[in-house]
Design a binder for this molecule. Structure first.
Ligand SMILES: [Zn+2]
Length: 305
């Protein structure tokens, strides 16, 4: 078929890899798959990526290149700072673009996952129509992305760890503050509002069988204990949002990640709690993501758009 521009998008997480063939002409995922991240052998890891792309190529057609998304600092030569706490051989300086390029026999570009999610939101998601887009991904940790007019802010992903701004003193909640965060602080945004931290807090307050999603559902139904937690969470989240307005002056802040599913009904509440303005009349809007599951694949493929 004419007009098709096929690129593989591969989103490498510590637990799972999502891969797909994307038609950049239509921004459509033609075929996709996901599989566990192989952690015990570099060779087997690279072979698993090659096998996935070969299988997807048989379903869609062969891609001309592959874009890679990974939750690590990425240097401009395609090497990474590493994520050895999840995948032992992905250590500091690992030449990810070169090794995957060799395994796939394709040109490869790599970027940080939070930055690519930001690009995807700006292009196809809740950030559409805004110039300066900040994204917060509330998942295992908190990933921060910033782009301006559809381009990543800065040559290298230097703000993806900006989820460690301080939102409280620390020590108020024994379940959250058993030890300082790896950023050196207690009471940072990530150690309060990541999906992982919220889950710890919810388990402590409501019992070990209550998920974050269920807590938000109970709060919506009027359960007082759950409503108190939801209100606490929105307060902590708003403390960070107000700081991000002063730090980055975004036109929109898009909240994504696993926690976002529970936040949809609070979008206007969060906008009410966002009181910071850089100058009189400046207004940052808060949106909850509406990107679909395959946004990681689309973001990775967009490196060749
Ligand atoms: Zn921290």
């Amino acid at each position: 078929m004419s007009g098709r521009d096929l690129v593989a998008g591969i989103d490498i997480g510590g637990t799972n890899v999502k891969a797909g063939i994307v038609d950049l002409a239509t921004n459509e995922v033609l075929a996709s798959c996901d599989f566990p991240t192989i952690r015990d052998s570099e060779q087997a890891f690279l072979e698993s990526l090659a096998a996935a792309v070969a299988q997807l190529s048989a379903q869609a057609d062969a891609p001309r290149a592959a874009g890679i998304s990974i939750g690590s600092y990425v240097f401009s030569d395609g090497s990474i700072d590493g994520m050895s706490s999840f995948v032992p051989f992905l250590t500091h300086g690992y030449p990810l673009a070169e090794r995957i390029g060799g395994a796939l026999g394709l040109p490869v570009r790599v970027d940080n996952d939070a930055r690519l999610i930001c690009l995807a939101e700006a292009r196809d998601g809740a950030g559409q129509g805004f110039s300066r887009v900040l994204t917060l991904t509330l998942g295992t940790g908190i990933g921060v992305g910033l782009c301006e007019d559809g381009r990543p802010f800065g040559g290298e992903p230097f703000i993806h760890l900006a989820g460690h701004v301080k939102v409280r003193t620390g020590g108020e909640y024994p379940c959250l503050d058993t030890e300082p965060c790896y950023c050196g602080m207690e009471g940072c945004f990530e150690s309060t509002c990541s999906g992982t931290s919220l889950q710890v807090y919810v388990h402590d307050r409501l019992g070990a069988d209550v998920s974050n999603k269920e807590m938000f559902e109970r709060a919506a139904e009027g359960d007082p204990a759950a409503a108190e937690i939801a209100d606490w969470f929105l307060d902590m989240l708003a403390r960070a949002l107000n700081q991000y307005v002063y730090l980055y002056c975004p036109d929109v802040i898009v909240i994504g990640g696993g926690v976002a599913k529970g936040l949809e009904r609070y979008e206007s509440d969060l906008n009410d709690r966002l009181v910071a303005e850089v100058y009189e009349g400046q207004r940052t809007v808060v949106r909850i993501t509406d990107l679909k599951e395959d946004s990681g694949i689309l973001g990775a493929a967009s490196l060749f758009a």
